[in-house]
Design a binder for this molecule. Structure first.
Ligand SMILES: NC(=O)C1=CN([C@@H]2O[C@H](COP(=O)(O)OP(=O)(O)OC[C@H]3O[C@@H](n4cnc5c(N)ncnc54)[C@H](OP(=O)(O)O)[C@@H]3O)[C@@H](O)[C@H]2O)[C@@H](O)CC1
Ligand SMILES: Nc1ncnc2c1ncn2[C@@H]1O[C@H](COP(=O)(O)OP(=O)(O)O)[C@@H](O)[C@H]1O
Ligand SMILES: [K+]
Length: 502
């Protein structure tokens, strides 16, 4: 899996390799990339900021000078550039290059083929305001493809939060290592296609030694592959009893669909037996589409007691029975997946955190940002401003593997390990998708994957299913959770066959 480094960890890597000509290498990588995407002779707009990100842009400008028409806009005082960037600036001027202080008016001359955004990189320290914000807005309004250098200016490399306003790039060439902010929250909307230029610096072993902020164990990983699936391979001589029992509890009045979606997804992803304990007194005794499901009254907890994994929450409601079931489930010795209303109930029942921390089996919580905000007693905006930190805090507060859902779902463990999922698309932004995810996690878990591996694989599979459907014209508009469950089955079996063949 691809490492993701926080800014503090990138700085550690940079320090460890300070003797290398990194800015020269970054400039060369930019120039090579530009040659791939812009025709020689075309006009380029180069934005150079007040730090080393600007230095990178200026080195590239010098390298591209002979083959392109370049307009370089310097934001900030060139006299106050850091040493290497100041040298890059002198080199640019020595080669006859001009520095503009504002976007040149082009008049009748042909427009820009490409903008190189070297305003701010990982040194962005506060929201863009005034001249910087205006420049970014002007550039976004040009409607010209932008190549962001390292990070789109205005985007926080650690969190993917837009600080004021941010460059809307078509491409991002990022240096040394991938940054989490490119892959979660607003990052993917601003970064476009991301490519890494390692600058001939070996992997992030050094950064491994650097603990991030409080609670962060080290660098994270981009979840861009399914991982080890060997445990899912079935013996020829197997029976349903070998493939685990999932119990889904939820489906109060008007919300039975949520529990059925989770239960069906568990069935489709291979669980040997799936029970659905439905709170709705009017619940049908049968799921006509999937009569394989065993629909029960959630009380007594007989099937639940025997389950190898319990999913509690889809359509659960927040009444007295729901709370009773939550507290009973927290006492079960089986792994537990808590979603939706189970999380809302936990947020307003302080004893649940203590109960969750005391459990011997794995606890998995899958909040969307709204549920996470309730659990952390903060606003959704605060959760989103720091999705990695929020996921780790939740994992620690509940001693639970946590999936903070949304664009670039963040998975975190109580030990502070973290991942960002790369699969998925906004077709998933529709009702019922979270229920399907909970069911998939449980199915993988009861079939023998370890809890952490179940969560990572399920999250990636869920997104990959949506991506596969969108690629075949089903979605993003109108993609349904039921279709994602079916496609997850197809992809999981393909992954398994591929793993088997290799
Ligand atoms: N790491 C490496 O190994 C390598 C790094 N490289 C490159 O260096 C980049 C990091 O460079 P960097 O540290 O100089 O920071 P950078 O992003 O240019 O910005 C800092 C400047 O911006 C200013 N500033 C900040 N926020 C602001 C705001 N809101 N509004 C206005 N101003 C603001 C800030 O001013 P101050 O906060 O001091 O007032 C300071 O002047 C990195 O992204 C990569 O491109 C490559 O050369 C390859 C090797
Ligand atoms: N824009 C998006 N990009 C990628 N994944 C998304 C996006 N929006 C939603 N998802 C995914 O879809 C699922 C939605 O879950 P949730 O919000 O709990 O839905 P529901 O409560 O309706 O079941 C999560 O797995 C989430 O990560
Ligand atoms: K930039």
């Amino acid at each position: 899996m691809t490492p993701l480094l926080l800014r503090s960890q990138i700085h550690a890597l940079e320090l460890a390799h300070a003797a290398l000509p990194l800015m020269q290498r970054a400039g060369a990588a930019i120039a090579a990339y530009v040659r791939q995407i812009a025709l020689p002779g075309s006009r380029l707009l180069v934005l150079a900021g007040p730090g080393n990100n600007g230095g990178d842009a200026l080195v590239a400008a010098s390298l591209l000078h002979h083959d392109y028409v370049l307009n370089v806009v310097m934001f900030g005082d060139p006299q106050r550039l850091p040493d290497q960037a100041a040298q890059a600036c002198r080199d640019w001027q020595a080669s006859g290059g001009e520095l503009h202080t504002a976007l040149p008016v082009l008049g009748d001359t042909p427009g820009y083929a490409l903008v190189l955004d070297g305003l701010f990189g990982i040194g962005l320290a506060r929201p863009l305001q005034g001249g910087a914000a205006a420049l970014v807005q002007q550039v976004n309004a040009l409607g010209v493809p932008v190549l962001a250098l390292d990070v789109p200016s205005g985007l926080c490399a650690d969190t993917g939060a837009v600080l004021g306003v941010a460059i809307q790039a078509r491409y991002t060439l990022t240096f040394l290592a991938h940054k989490p902010g490119l892959y979660t929250h607003d990052g993917p909307d601003h970064a476009g296609r991301v490519q890494l230029a390692r600058l001939d610096v070996p992997g992030p072993d050094v950064a491994d030694l650097v603990a991030g902020d409080a609670g962060v164990a080290g660098y994270g990983h981009l979840l861009d592959a399914p991982g080890e699936l060997h445990a899912l391979k079935r013996r020829l001589n197997s029976n349903k009893g070998n493939h685990g029992r999932v119990a889904v509890i939820g489906g109060a009045g008007g919300m039975m669909g949520a529990a059925l979606l989770a239960a069906r997804a568990a069935l489709l992803c291979g669980a040997g037996r799936v029970y659905a304990g439905l709170l709705d007194a009017q619940a049908y005794g049968l799921d006509y589409l999937y009569p394989e499901l065993m629909l029960r009254d959630p009380l007594p907890l007989t099937e639940v007691d025997a389950a190898d994994c319990v999913v509690l929450g889809p359509g659960l409601g927040q009444g007295d029975l729901a709370l009773y079931l939550l507290e009973a489930a927290l006492r079960l010795p089986a792994p537990l997946v808590l979603d939706a209303d189970a999380l809302n109930l936990m947020a307003c029942t302080p004893t649940c955190a203590e109960q969750s921390c005391a459990r011997s089996a794995a606890t998995i919580i899958t909040p969307h940002p709204g549920e996470a905000a309730r659990l952390l007693a903060c606003s959704v905006a605060e959760v989103q401003q720091d999705r990695i930190g929020s996921a780790i805090r939740l994992a620690q507060q509940y001693a639970a593997i946590t999936v903070l859902k949304g664009c670039g779902s963040v998975i975190a463990t109580p030990a502070g390990h973290w991942w960002i999922n790369r699969s998925g698309n906004p077709g998933l932004a529709s009702a019922g998708m979270g229920d399907v995810l909970a069911g998939i996690i449980a199915a993988l878990l009861v079939q023998g994957l370890q809890p952490q591996q179940s969560v990572l694989t399920a999250v990636h599979l869920h997104g990959a299913a949506a991506d596969g459907l969108v690629a075949s014209g089903i979605g993003p508009l109108g993609l349904t959770a039921s279709e994602v469950g079916l496609q997850a089955r197809r992809i999981l079996n393909l992954w398994l066959a591929r793993a088997d063949a290799s």
